[in-house]
Structures are given as structure tokens and as C-alpha cells.
Design a protein around this ligand. Structure first.
Ligand code: CA
Ligand code: CA
Length: 82
């Protein structure tokens, strides 16, 4: 039973680590970037801007929303100043 859980956890973390962009921001590891997580690296980000980026309105940014916002220049690329 323990092995099953371990394998599942490894598979999950591997899936997340496939996207380095979100992994930098996603401190709680749920695979999504919240406003609070983004404000750690981008304190100037407001909830108004965040809601614009969050196109499906679920309160979190998925990979597609992050990529679109970075491409549009709304969001700084977390890797750009690393
Ligand atoms: Ca998160
Ligand atoms: Ca969203």
C-alpha cells in the first residue's frame, strides 16, 4: 500500500516538474499559481491584473494562462531574472 502511494506521488511530482515555469511559482505544489504565490516574486501584481490573466475565472493560473500572460507581457517570466 505504501508503495502505491509513493509511486503516485512520484508520478505527480514528475508531471509538475515537467513545467519549470510554474514550479518556480507554485510553492504549495498544487500545479497552479495563485495570486499569493505570484506576489512572492511579483509584489506589484494586483488582483485586477490577476483576474484578467485568469481567463477561466477559477482563481488560479494554469500553465496555459501563465504562458499566455507572459507572452502578452502582462506577467514577468519567473525564469527571466533567475
Ligand atoms: Ca499553488
Ligand atoms: Ca484559471
Amino acid at each position: 500500500m505504501k508503495n502505491v502511494i509513493l509511486v503516485a506521488a512520484l508520478a505527480t511530482s514528475f508531471a509538475f516538474s515537467a513545467n519549470a515555469m510554474n514550479a518556480e511559482v507554485d510553492t504549495d505544489g498544487d500545479g497552479m499559481a495563485s495570486l499569493v504565490e505570484l506576489q512572492v516574486s511579483q509584489p506589484d501584481l494586483t488582483d485586477v491584473v490577476f483576474n484578467e490573466i485568469d481567463t477561466d475565472g477559477d482563481g488560479f493560473l494554469n500553465d496555459d494562462e501563465m504562458a499566455a500572460a507572459i507572452e502578452a507581457g502582462t506577467l514577468m517570466d519567473p525564469e527571466a531574472d533567475a
